[in-house]
Design a protein around this ligand. Structure first.
Ligand SMILES: [Zn+2]
Length: 606
């Protein structure tokens, strides 16, 4: 932007004014999208308004008894495609402007104004989706057959028809949710974000209250007593509030079953989520069955090796995220980007080029800056255009992996750019495929370059930490969730839920580490359980999928790369199972998932 204050991210991280050093990580050029207050932005907002008004005229046509002709229908879908692209471009810009500087008042007010506009427009256009959902099967089939390029989107929209209620009932649910389940979740957030933790376990922290985020840093401390102190304090606070938080949880769970099973007639509470994830119950069952069989043993071996490395007879639960290697030297950004590109070259020069294009086109913001959103993301706004990547590159090894992760997303997004706007984004279970693969390719390259056994070991432990946190831990979370929903239905008390959680983690860890009592209340501190029931298995799915594909790559050799690219290029134009099968990379059965564990096993140092 041309008129930003000095505190904007275009200023160097030191806060000094002036040109950043030549080797500083880049900042993106958001002007390519829009400039706040520009004519172009006003024109596109006006165009959106025109398109909306024009589209609304179809309402009268759809209200007639005779369904539209194939040509009329294609015209409407084409208009909706155009509208959706424009909406994504405008709202994408608004959120990127906010992400690059949350203190930018102009960006903030643009975002909230746009939100309002888009909510109204969304409601105005809803009639089309409702009409499509309610069209009799025969008529819908004829129309969909005329638009094969939009097939999956059209059938996905109708997939929820059996679970959709009348308009009046849907309105009542929406209204009652505000004061019902949503209020419960908001209350959970409001209560827990106010928790303050006693920092007196820290050598210099006598009495200083900590936020959860500040507390969380210390579970990765190099000092054993600090890790223990952090966990004890976390679970002291959540444990004391355990019965109240459990009551909130029971209400959320009951509401979920009431709505999803009793009213919407999904066969089970989890089935509603699988449908939204475009996955079959069999695939999820297979994933969780294999995780339950293999994770305790393989990660158990890892925990024992980690204990040996830390010089402990047995790992304590407190030591799970203990660091094993010193942080290492600082990396320079240009060198880091080169490393990532070289790693991606294992999949061809074109693959590396797609990653580099993000930086070359000025769509990579890697420079740390005040006001900039923490964390990292890759925003795919338009099919056929390079996506936008945001992160803060501080020269740490972890930043290199973050860069590989986000640029993996970017390659996925560019390969999927051949799809229409409704098929462009992959569904949640496949969304982390290229990103996690990017990290694996980087790890492979770093392992080849490693000079010493210590370096190779540090890398292996890094991969194992990641594998445990994403595959093992989340799969057992998912198993707990499934059980908890049934227990609540059967009238279980808060203590009985805590007992079930204790059984779950006891099975997970066996005798591979020492578990302390306070962890029985850990589940009330996991926001996903409250916010998005049955979400967590998607983490295990995405990560184990990549390990299994890595194994497929080892078996298939050079045949694999074009198949993998074909998978990515499908975006979200079919279900994950269909995309994998078509690319010759499935089926997602027990053997497939078990082969992913072989890859995790290969990280285990001897
Ligand atoms: Zn990601």
């Amino acid at each position: 932007m041309t008129d930003q204050p000095a505190s904007s991210p275009t200023a160097p991280p030191t806060g000094q004014l002036g040109v950043p050093p030549a080797d500083a990580p880049p900042h993106w050029d958001l002007d390519q999208l829009y400039v706040l207050g520009s004519d172009q932005l006003q024109q596109d907002l006006a165009r959106l308004e025109e398109l909306r008004a024009a589209f609304m005229r179809h309402g009268a046509r759809l209200a007639q008894d005779a369904p539209p002709s194939a040509a009329e229908f294609a015209g409407m879908v084409g208009e909706l495609d155009q509208i959706t692209r424009l909406v994504n471009r405008l709202s994408g810009f608004a959120s990127l402007a906010f992400a690059q500087d949350a203190t930018d008042q102009k960006a903030l007010s643009f975002m909230s104004k746009l939100d309002e506009t888009l909510t109204v427009a969304g409601n105005d256009l809803l009639f089309f989706e409702l009409w499509w959902k309610n069209l009799p099967d025969g008529e819908a089939d004829v129309l969909a057959a005329g638009l094969p390029d939009y097939g999956h989107w059209l059938s996905r929209t109708r997939a929820f028809k059996p679970h959709t209620l009348s308009e009046a009932e849907e309105k009542i649910i929406n209204l009652k949710n505000v004061t019902g389940s949503e209020a419960m979740v908001n209350l959970y957030d409001a209560v827990t974000t106010r928790y303050r933790f006693d920092g007196s376990f820290l050598p210099d922290g006598q009495g200083r209250p900590l936020t959860r985020e500040e507390l969380g840093v210390h579970v990765r401390s190099a000092a054993p007593e600090i890790r223990q102190g952090a966990y004890r304090e976390l679970h002291r606070v959540y444990g004391e509030q355990g019965p109240v938080l459990a009551q909130l949880y029971q209400t959320v769970v009951r509401d979920w079953r009431l709505e999803q099973v009793r009213l919407r007639r999904h066969p089970s509470p989890q089935a509603a989520r699988h449908k939204a994830n475009d996955l079959s119950q069999e695939t999820v069952d297979s994933l969780l069955r294999v995780c339950r069989q293999r994770a305790p043993e393989i990660f158990g071996r890892y925990f024992r090796q980690k204990a040996r490395r830390l010089g402990l007879p047995l790992l304590r639960r407190y030591d799970l995220y203990a660091p094993l290697a010193p942080a290492g030297g600082r990396l320079d950004f240009a060198q880091g980007l080169r490393e990532v590109a070289e790693a991606f070259r294992a999949f061809g020069d074109d693959y590396a080029a797609l990653a580099l294009e993000v930086a070359e086109k000025g769509r990579l913001s890697a420079r740390p800056a005040p006001g900039k959103q923490s964390g990292a993301f890759c925003a795919s706004i338009e099919p056929g255009a390079a996506p936008w990547v945001l992160m803060s590159f501080n020269g740490q090894r972890q930043d290199l992996f973050t860069l590989a992760h986000e640029l993996g997303h970017a390659v996925h997004s560019q390969l999927a750019g051949v799809n229409n706007v409704f098929h462009f984004h992959s569904s949640l279970p496949l969304a982390e495929t290229a990103s996690t693969f990017g990290e694996m390719l980087l790890a492979q390259r770093l392992a080849q370059q490693a000079q010493t056994e210590e370096e190779r070991d540090a890398l292996r432990f890094h991969l194992l930490d990641d594998a445990y946190a994403t595959v093992g831990r989340q799969a057992f979370f998912a198993l707990f969730e499934i059980e908890a929903h049934d227990l609540v239905e059967a009238g279980a008390t808060a203590d009985e839920l805590a007992e079930a959680y204790w059984r779950n983690i006891s099975e997970q860890f066996g005798d591979s580490l020492e578990l302390s009592e306070e962890f029985r209340w850990e589940w009330v501190s996991i926001p996903h359980f409250f916010h998005t029931p049955f979400y967590v298995y998607a983490y295990s799915f995405g990560q184990l999928l990549v390990y299994s594909l890595w194994r497929v790559r080892q078996r298939q050799g050079p045949e694999f790369v074009p198949r993998f690219k074909a998978l990515l290029a499908r975006g979200g134009s079919a279900s994950p199972e269909a995309i994998l099968a078509e690319a010759g990379l499935g089926p997602l059965d027990d053997d497939f998932w078990a082969s992913g564990f072989e890859v995790i096993e290969s990280f285990l140092p001897d």
